[in-house]
Design a binder for this molecule. Structure first.
Ligand code: ZN
Length: 262
């Protein structure tokens, strides 16, 4: 066969492969709806805008859709039905209708990705379902000022933490400690913990001791919580960014409708 002919067949075969792949791949693969508020603590608003930029950048090539809203009333069945994941950047459901819609969504296979204040709850919250969903931990105390912290990986075999170093220094954040620790719940799987090496932790408000999980999942749901989310440094570290991306990927991949990445 002449060289010209070989080149011709190679090109023809490549075109065939390319068209085949194009027909198989469906883009965008999934949709995320991120809720945020402009009316909360400034450091939490800064985080939300950084997070929106970070996740929007990940949609490059139309891999997925990242929609945002600051209207919590968008937490309703009609709006949520096309989203594989609801993200809470710096807020949580307030009204009963929003809470009911969120519970309904989660109990029917919805995905949740919560940062920082998304898990905040205290005596005033009065929403037992949320407390149960989060693993039973009520906000207990925090370090102040916001500071970097040494974190340790609890389960290096989990898809969210696979490939991370056994411990790493996470960027400046305000870290929340919970009581009782979500680790006490059988349904809760802790993935990352604030290392006791940090104690006494803080300069003004000091956390002296105690179990201090920072990333976990409730295995009864398709959800992940990360305590990061205070201030403008959260996305400044490649190791932590990897964790943030892998957490998104895992919640999406575990959708009962099928793994869109396969
Ligand atoms: Zn905060």
């Amino acid at each position: 066969m002449s060289t010209k002919k070989i080149v011709f067949y190679v090109v023809l075969f490549s075109l065939f492969l390319f068209s085949g792949n194009a027909a198989l791949a469906q883009f965008p693969r999934f949709k995320v709806l991120a809720f945020f508020s402009n009316k909360v603590e400034r450091a939490h608003v800064e985080f939300a805008y950084d997070a929106i930029r970070f996740f929007k950048d990940l949609t490059i090539g139309n891999g997925f859709v990242f929609d945002t809203t600051s209207n919590m009333d968008n937490l309703n069945a009609d709006k949520l039905k096309n989203y594989a994941l609801v993200m809470m950047l710096n807020d949580f459901p307030h009204k009963q209708s929003q809470r009911d819609a969120f519970k309904e969504y989660m109990e029917n296979g919805g995905g949740w990705y919560g940062f920082h204040v998304a898990a905040y709850n205290d005596q005033g919250t009065k929403w037992p379902w949320l407390l149960d969903f989060l693993g039973g931990g009520v906000f207990y105390r925090n370090n102040w000022p916001p500071m970097p912290a040494k974190l340790t990986v609890d389960d290096p075999g989990h898809p969210v933490t696979k490939g991370l170093p056994q411990s790493f220094i996470a960027p400046i954040n305000e870290w929340y400690q919970w009581k009782p620790s979500p680790r006490e719940r059988k349904s809760i799987k802790i993935l990352v913990t604030l290392s006791p090496d940090n104690y006494p932790f803080g300069l003004k408000d000091i956390v002296p001791d105690g179990d201090f999980p920072v990333v976990w999942t409730n295995t009864d749901y398709r959800m992940i919580y990360l305590n990061m989310g205070h201030g403008s440094m959260i996305f400044s570290d490649a190791t932590q960014n990897k964790l943030i991306i892998d957490a998104l990927r895992w919640v999406i991949a575990t959708d009962k409708k099928g793994n869109v990445f396969k």
